[in-house]
Design a protein around this ligand. Structure first.
Ligand SMILES: Nc1ncnc2c1ncn2[C@@H]1O[C@H](COP(=O)(O)OP(=O)(O)OP(=O)(O)O)[C@@H](O)[C@H]1O
Ligand SMILES: Cc1ncc(C[n+]2csc(CCOP(=O)(O)O)c2C)c(N)n1
Ligand SMILES: [Mg+2]
Ligand SMILES: [Mg+2]
Ligand SMILES: [Mg+2]
Length: 320
């Protein structure tokens, strides 16, 4: 690898760090960083929400399916979504980044541009990170968040009689995955949903303020993720399919591919909608829609009162 071949090896570790950190305007919550041994970030209420998720090339994204910018956006989005799911607002993002030596430096800077774009959408910046060598691209993102004066909305507070609601899209990323897997690139709406989610970040704090009793973001699939609320809260959760609007776009893609769009809605991950439970007589906050009810413990997650006969979502190390 020669110094001018445009690869990360040719560019050099520290020149690359300079290139991706220089000239970035940090938000006020970044008190110091990047550039020192650690960043110093404001934690206005004295508690810090912290979460991390890893994206691996070939598992979470493919560079022949997505642009580097979309990959960077997705890496940040899935983490900011976890912050929102606690009812918190993000304060900063840190990135652990690994790639092979012949990776074009341009690909790395574009991934970082995507990370910054999504961090900015969430009102934060990228305040630190690490860059190392590996056989494939691995992006590990840590996001921190602030609860302000709210209590965290956990997976464990749902009560029988509560309303089950969601905010954000369901099934779109799964439809996009099915399209991409068959070698197509359109319709672009669902394909872009797979390339990069658009989680409804403000809906997390909004649900917390509205008295949500439990909350989770849908990363693996609606039924799989509701299973975590059911287990943590020791309740049953029943999804009412009559409340799940299946958009005409999903129906069209389902017809074109000979697939059932309801299955994408119930078991597709990666849209990062928020699911939450609310006390029964409260009005749902704007943008939230009822999709079912919290039932008595013992029944787990059901669909129209019955067990669902398929996997509820993605699980790593399983065949998909
Ligand atoms: N190696 C680990 N050590 C400690 N805690 C872990 C580890 N891996 C996962 N966890 C914790 O287990 C819980 C469930 O992890 P999981 O990754 O399923 O949640 P998530 O990040 O919300 O979902 P997803 O990764 O599908 O977006 C989280 O609290 C996570 O921090
Ligand atoms: C190339 C490629 N193949 C398959 C998929 C589908 N996929 C990967 S991880 C995951 C669940 C969420 O991940 P995690 O649990 O790690 O947050 C899903 C649905 C993809 N995105 N890209
Ligand atoms: Mg995770
Ligand atoms: Mg989550
Ligand atoms: Mg997962």
């Amino acid at each position: 690898m020669s110094p001018d071949d445009g690869s990360v090896a040719g560019t050099g570790e520290f020149a690359l760090i300079q290139a991706v950190t220089n000239g970035r305007r940090q938000p006020a919550t970044t008190l110091l960083g990047p550039g020192d041994d650690a960043a110093v970030v404001a934690a206005p209420d004295g508690r810090v929400v912290a979460t991390t998720d890893v994206l691996v090339q070939g598992v979470h994204f493919r560079l022949d399916w997505s642009s580097p910018e979309q990959v960077g956006r997705k890496a940040v989005a899935v983490n900011l979504s976890d912050v929102a799911a606690m009812g918190a607002k993000p304060t900063t993002v840190l990135v652990g980044f690994a790639c092979p030596p012949d990776t074009p430096a341009q690909v790395v800077t574009e991934i970082m541009n995507g990370m910054w774009a999504e961090a900015t959408r969430g009102g934060v910046g990228v305040s630190g990170g690490d860059m190392v060598s590996a056989d494939q691209i691995v992006i590990s993102v840590t996001a921190l968040g602030d609860l302000e004066d709210r209590e965290p909305v956990t997976r464990s507070g749902a009560r029988p009689g509560d309303v089950l609601a969601v905010c954000g899209r369901l099934g779109w990323a799964a439809a996009g995955l099915a399209v991409l897997r068959r070698g197509f690139r359109s319709p672009v709406g669902v394909v872009n949903a797979q390339r990069c989610p658009e989680p409804p970040y403000p809906a997390g704090p909004q649900a917390a303020l509205a008295g949500a009793t439990s909350m989770i973001d849908i990363s693996d699939g609606l039924l799989a993720d509701l299973g975590h609320i059911a287990a943590a809260s020791d309740v049953g959760l029943d999804v009412h399919t009559t409340d799940l609007e299946i958009s005409t776009r999903l129906q069209e893609v389902g017809t074109a591919l000979g697939a059932d769009p309801l299955r994408w809605v119930l078991t597709g991950g990666e849209d990062h909608a928020l699911a939450a439970t609310f006390p029964p007589f409260d009005e749902l906050p704007e943008g939230w829609r009822r999709i079912g009810a919290v039932t008595m413990p013992g029944s787990g997650v059901t669909v129209d009162g019955k067990e669902y006969g398929h996997e509820g979502g993605w699980e790593h190390w399983q065949q998909h």
